[in-house]
Design a binder for this molecule. Structure first.
Ligand SMILES: *[C@@H]1O[C@H](CO)[C@@H](O)[C@H](O)[C@H]1NC(C)=O
Ligand SMILES: *[C@@H]1O[C@H](CO)[C@@H](O)[C@H](O)[C@H]1NC(C)=O
Ligand SMILES: *[C@@H]1O[C@H](CO)[C@@H](O)[C@H](O)[C@H]1NC(C)=O
Ligand SMILES: *[C@@H]1O[C@H](CO)[C@@H](O)[C@H](O)[C@H]1NC(C)=O
Length: 367
């Protein structure tokens, strides 16, 4: 009898182990539905849902994250990601809500750069400069999409000469929602000829819920000793300076409302923090919203993060929500601004023999 009981226990434990009751890697579900059309082609919205109650919706158009629903301390879900209700909103998408930005995120001065003595002139779409990949950047393209287990895989082939950039670039972006409540974004890209590349996702967050006023009641920590100071045109001076003793020192938890007006320039935070280039994901930042109990942490392999507190925001978003100045924050994983002209900054050049890789993680939770 005893032996039978023992055998049963052993079998039970073995089966339990095999089943993996705390199977970390599984049951995020991905479903899809139609989100209208773009130039006559169907746009698909994917819904990633894990067993923590988190729901993230992503389009194959621009790889746009349209919704992030996470529970607050009472278990009530709220959408903490800014965006639009339909394709009509995203067809213009002035603030680049939730979108993948490429081939080259941010400005290239005069839309001009030189590789191996050859100068390339990009389309000018932002004053005298080229911004966010040109007239039709990666954010306004329909990507190929497929679901691989709990991963949404988006791919886009940017033709040689598209937006006047050299080289055919193949980009893959993998979105994964884990059972640990992390949205992991993995980028990879290769090129047929030397080119420049700088990819990011431009999600805007408000942990109180999208459209619920300013982020002054959020507390932020940015784990960086250094930042890149800028001149009056927002171009880095080339220095890598200590945050110590400045409004950029956010190494200890700081209330955003208390410090935002003391940032020189008068437009709040829109600055790059330095972490250096590594092969692993570094802990970069944490933002908390005490009254809902929500927090967001960010990790990335990139050398920098842009902390932007949405000074220029002025849109009508999902459900008619008013998105006002200081109504959201962005934590954009990135290369330091103006790197092509700053030999001491990590390079943004990509050669055919290389593979561009980036992993960035946003972790959500309640305190
Ligand atoms: C555990 O995760 C693995 C990898 O995703 C999966 O193949 C397996 O079916 C999962 N097991 C259970 C019981 O969910
Ligand atoms: C947020 O910051 C404020 C002001 O610095 C502080 O009083 C408060 O305790 C912080 N909240 C939390 C939950 O840390
Ligand atoms: C915000 O946009 C609206 C509509 O485009 C405009 O009327 C208003 O002046 C803008 N507000 C600010 C502060 O720029
Ligand atoms: C890369 O893109 C980010 C996000 O737009 C931007 O802030 C950063 O300045 C860019 N880096 C370079 C080197 O242009």
């Amino acid at each position: 009898m005893l032996i039978i009981i023992l055998i049963s226990v052993v079998i039970y434990l073995a089966v339990k182990h095999e089943d993996g009751e705390d199977n970390q890697s599984s049951p995020t579900m991905i479903t899809s539905s139609s989100f209208g059309t773009h130039e006559g082609k169907e746009v698909t919205q994917y819904t990633l849902k894990n067993n923590k109650g988190t729901v993230i919706k992503i389009l194959n158009y621009g790889g746009i994250i349209t919704n992030i629903l996470v529970p607050d301390k009472n278990g009530k879900n709220g959408d903490i990601c800014l965006g639009f209700d339909d394709m009509k909103g995203y067809a213009t998408n002035g603030p680049y809500f939730g979108a993948l930005i490429g081939r080259y995120a941010n400005r290239i001065a005069n839309g001009r750069f030189t590789i191996d003595g050859k100068t390339y002139q990009l389309d000018i779409n932002n004053g005298p400069n080229a911004l966010h990949g040109g007239k039709v950047g990666f954010d306004k393209r329909l990507w190929d999409s497929k679901v691989v287990g709990d991963v949404l895989e988006l791919t886009y082939v940017s033709a040689d000469g598209e937006e006047n950039y050299p080289g055919e670039v193949k980009v893959t972006v993998r979105y994964q929602l884990t059972e640990d409540n992390e949205l992991v974004i993995r980028y990879s890209a290769t090129t047929s000829a030397k080119t420049v590349i700088n990819l990011t996702n431009h999600a805007y967050f408000n942990l109180a819920g999208q459209g619920s006023g300013t982020i002054f009641d959020h507390n932020v920590t940015i784990n960086a000793d250094k930042y890149t100071p800028v001149d009056s045109t927002s171009i880095p001076t080339g220095d890598i300076s200590d945050v110590q003793g400045t409004a950029w020192d956010l190494r200890t938890k700081t209330n955003i409302g208390e410090v935002i007006h003391s940032v020189p320039g008068g437009v709040g935070y829109d600055h790059n923090y330095c972490f250096g280039k590594t092969g692993w994901q570094k802990y970069m930042a944490r933002v908390e919203h005490p009254s809902s109990g929500r927090f967001l942490e960010m990790y990335s392999t990139e050398p920098g993060v842009q902390f932007y507190t949405s000074f220029y925001l002025n849109e009508t978003g999902k459900g008619g929500a008013a998105y006002e100045k200081f109504g959201a924050f962005c934590l954009e994983a990135q290369h330091y601004p103006d790197s092509p002209n700053k030999p001491n900054f990590p390079t943004t050049l990509l050669a055919p023999s290389e593979t561009y890789l980036q992993t960035t993680t946003y972790k959500f939770g309640v305190m």
